[in-house]
Ligand binder design. Sequence first.
Ligand SMILES: *Cc1c(COP(=O)(O)O)cnc(C)c1O
Length: 356
Amino acid sequence: MTVYSFASGPSALPREVVAELASDVAGYGGSELSALELPFSEGMFSDVLAEAERDLRALLGVPPNYRILFLQGGASAQFALLPMNLAGRGRHCEYVLGGHWSRRAAAEASRAADVWVVASGDGCSLPDPKSWRRSSDAAYCHYTTNETADGLQFHALPDPSDVPLVSDMTADLLTRVLSVERFGLIYASAQKNLGAAGLTLVIVREDLLGRARQDIPSPFDYTRQAEAGSKINTPPTFAVLVAHRMLRWLRNNGGVAAAENRSKAKCATLHEVIDSDDFYRCPASLPHRSRINVCFRVSSPRAEELFLDEAKANGLVHLNGHRDVGGLRASLYNGVSEEAVDALAAFMTDFKRRRG
Ligand SMILES: *Cc1c(COP(=O)(O)O)cnc(C)c1O
């Protein structure tokens, strides 16, 4: 039986990428050494890092005045590192609370800086960027483009402002066409859309470097990592290789525009089943529904347990909602195939027919 994962993370990877990685681990580039054995300071790994950066720049159209850092600690480490790197002395940071992950980001930041909440959502919809109470002298304004736990996503960008926009794009980076120049800084954990856990990307505009507080540890200092080519200490070499393979797969499959089309098609397939009658319910309001994390409910917790059990028996796994939210959730990151989504939609239709 084919098994398809809809996990919120680490995500499914394309089968071709997994096969390539299996060969990389057995012997890298036709050698007897495994990809796990590449020294980080030497040629082969430097090539992997440079090619990954080049592909990422090409895919997203990253302008030359932005630096790309390959860091560790996940998006969660960045929650605390953002104010330490960007807020300097005495400046406040603005946060939009759209759901679970942006609340976590603001809570961590508030330990290192003065956090002003400029807008909040209600769990089912996101605050319209036009209603954010932004000031003109904040160090930055932070929002989370896709709320993975709540199944919500901002589909439009906020208006430009002098205050740099900082965004957690862990869940939707490389799933939609993006104007990087509208942001001061973008960060994302790799395990959702571009590979394996252990790598965190930070894309930062050069003029925001040099603002870190003095006591920040050097592996977490954006400026020092930029100067050192992300090699102040050992980078997560294997996770960087996985990202490299995933970025090349994206390039060979039509780039980000094609990824966006696949993403729209995958979520439309599920919403067609969900919206066909009132057996399934999607709590997210229509304009803010996430294309990446489709959250839905059926009539009762008991029916949801049954759904999960039967789905699993059919090879459709990791469909449970976030532990704080409950319900059901299908995460449709870049590595989740249209074939997997078709199999889930067919199962959902069948489950409804039998249990509705
Ligand atoms: C998964 C996720 C995180 C957490 O990432 P970690 O790598 O576990 O720190 C943060 N933000 C968003 C939007 C996520 O989807």
